[in-house]
Design a protein around this ligand. Structure first.
Ligand code: FAD
Length: 578
């Protein structure tokens, strides 16, 4: 007979261990990626998300495009809401709930709901993803029409302000970085007379001057105003005051002067903060307290090129690192790759993209660089619709390592930068770009893709088969006695010419080069390719010759950048003249 023990013979069943609790501060890019991934990995854990604003999981990157109506529905920007998160993921997401203190010893946070009394929550792991706060001008009058754009609440306030303005009202955007340019673009589309005030003499930090110059030209051509070399010192009721004392009328002012990590909570809790102002984390995003993680705009990243700590406020990293933290909390191996800062922006229908280091940054770090500019077409020239672009590759001259790349154009720009970013992530050398097998049909690319071409040029330079100088080195070369030869085809001369250049078509070089015996020759064409042929010819005839990298087009962009610098404290009209 089957023996059955009676209950009183059994030891009392142990109480089930309480499920661990993960508390997440900030419920958007990084925080919500952590929350949903963690739920997929662990059904039992308690997951609480505290969000200060009125919405979680909204599309920050789409916010500017609702201002103009490019994204017509506000609802499209709300990717999730607390009810759906509770039903689908059993995530307890609380909006209008700010975390105001962390008690690390007790592992508790203090939460301040907008409509109630403070309360405390215990945690086993705490994830900080509170993002970054917009910088604001120093002096802002109480009735100033100043807005920043970070949350849906901010967007709602901007929409109320814009809806109350007549077409043609004046908007000033402070800052010509990514968010500033996007906001200016959308305010302009909305019919506001928009001016960007930018401290430096170029739009989109991170681009080298000759790559950024066409963006400013384009913005001016589209009818926006640009004030380079100025900062806004005060925002008043209907105007902004600039540091040179001049005044711009303004019915609406957008602060897009950059962001600072929201690291106050972490600082107050005694977590280590880096020199950048971001929270110091290890490769698994752990702060100096192993129970607390930090991701997104608030946390420092490790630079892919030199391993230094830097801030990279970009959505892709926040999302990926959110996922990585969930893995770490769930006990999975989780080491994140370092950051390249790959970014892309639409500047009134012109695309600018970059990855890794700029030439300026590399040189400022004392690195000997090889720089390559090219001006390819987006796809085969014989197939209708090919569009020009400018590409730039920055290479460590000692190692052939790719340090960074930039591109400006329209079609195909982001794709080329993504390929190079991938090559950098895989530690491919610049010369190895020549061998990449990239998708090709004439409407998409070329049999020698622009990225392959960069690799060919890099290989030629590495092999010593070609030598180049940069647009900013030309004046010194000529001052040192070099002669500048223009080998463009006759039909290309109408675009303009570099002062002091002597025009000799490639076909006549053999006969006429003797006149320059004993002198260094700088040879240039329109984009650098024809001059490469000319340089090979001249070298084989025994001349000391270098190719002006990127040709006339890069030089022209460089001169535009210089003009922007000189006009940095001038008016829109001066910039237009440049
Ligand atoms: P966020 O996504 O900003 O989330 C942080 C949240 O934490 C905020 O909602 C905030 O309210 C909340 N919070 C802060 N402190 C507390 C607290 N103490 N308690 C509770 N909640 C708190 N990146 C790109 O890569 N491409 C783009 O095109 C792009 N466009 C952008 C456009 C705009 C207008 C903006 C603002 C940003 C854009 N970004 C873009 C940047 C990208 O959105 C951020 O890098 C990313 O959202 C950072 O994620 P995060 O989780 O660190 O912060």
């Amino acid at each position: 007979m089957h023996h059955r023990s009676t209950p009183h013979h059994l030891a009392p069943a142990p109480a089930p261990a309480p499920a661990p609790v993960t508390v997440i501060v900030g419920g958007v890019a990084g925080g919500m990626s952590t929350a949903t991934r963690l739920r997929r990995l662990d059904e039992d854990r308690e997951i609480l998300v505290l969000e200060r604003s009125g919405a979680v999981s909204f599309a920050n990157c789409g916010l500017p495009y609702h201002v103009s109506g490019v994204i017509p529905e506000r609802a499209a920007l709300e990717l999730q809401d607390p009810a759906r998160l509770a039903a689908r993921f059993r995530i307890d997401a609380r909006v209008r709930s700010e975390v105001v203190a962390i008690d690390r010893a007790a592992r508790r946070v203090t939460v301040r709901p907008a409509d109630g009394a403070d309360y405390e929550l215990g945690y086993d792991e705490l994830v900080l993803s509170p993002g970054a706060a917009p910088r604001l001008p120093d002096r802002v009058a109480p009735d100033a029409p100043l807005h920043a754009l970070r949350t849906l609440d901010d967007l709602d306030a901007v929409m109320v302000a814009v809806d109350g303005l007549p077409s043609g009202a004046r908007a000033v955007v402070i800052g010509g970085g990514y968010i500033g340019v996007e906001m200016a673009d959308n305010l302009h589309r909305r019919g506001l007379a928009t001016t960007i005030v930018q401290r430096s003499s170029r739009l989109i930090g991170g681009l080298d001057p000759e790559m950024a110059a066409p963006l400013a030209e384009h913005v001016l051509e589209r009818g926006l105003g640009l004030r380079f070399g100025n900062t806004v010192t005060a925002v008043e009721a209907r105007r902004v005051v600039l540091d040179d004392g001049s005044v711009l009328p303004a019915d609406l002012v957008i602060a897009a002067m950059g962001v600072v990590p929201e690291s106050g909570l972490a600082r107050a809790a005694g977590l280590e903060i880096g020199a950048t102002g971001g929270i110091v984390v290890d490769d698994a995003h752990r702060t100096s307290d192993p129970a607390i993680y930090a991701i997104g705009d608030v946390a420092e990243k490790r630079d892919r090129v030199d391993g230094s700590a830097r801030l990279v406020p970009l959505a892709g990293l926040a999302n990926r690192h959110g996922r990585a933290v969930a893995d770490a909390i769930a006990g999975r191996p989780s080491i994140s790759a370092s950051a390249l800062g790959t970014a892309v922006i639409d500047v009134l229908s012109l695309t600018a993209a970059s990855t890794g280091w700029s030439e300026e940054h590399a040189r400022s770090r004392g690195i000997e660089v090889r720089v390559i500019h090219s001006h390819p077409l987006s796809h085969a020239g014989y197939f209708p619709g090919a569009r020009p672009m400018s590409l730039k590759l920055v290479v460590d001259a000692r190692t052939d390592r790719i340090l960074g790349a930039q591109a400006v154009g329209t079609e195909g720009v982001a794709r080329r930068i993504d390929v190079i970013a991938t090559a950098m992530a895989a530690d491919l050398a610049a010369s190895a770009l020549a061998d990449l097998e990239l998708a090709y049909a004439p409407q998409y690319g070329s049999a020698k893709d622009p990225v392959n071409m960069l690799g060919y040029i890099a290989r030629n330079l590495a092999d010593g088969e070609d030598a180049t100088i940069q647009w900013h080195e030309l004046d010194d070369a000529v001052a040192d006695g070099a002669v500048l030869l223009d080998v463009r085809a006759a039909g290309q001369l109408a675009e303009g010419a570099i002062p002091g250049a002597t025009w000799i078509p490639v076909e006549e070089l053999r006969e006429r080069a003797d006149a320059y015996a004993g002198r260094r020759i700088v040879v240039h064409c329109r984009i650098g390719q024809g001059a490469h042929t000319a340089a090979r010819l001249l070298a084989s005839l025994g001349h000391d010759v270098v190719n002006l990298d990127g040709g006339y087009l890069t030089w022209r962009d460089g001169m535009r950048a210089r003009a922007h610098e000189h006009a940095a404290d001038a008016t829109t009209a001066d910039l237009r003249a440049a």
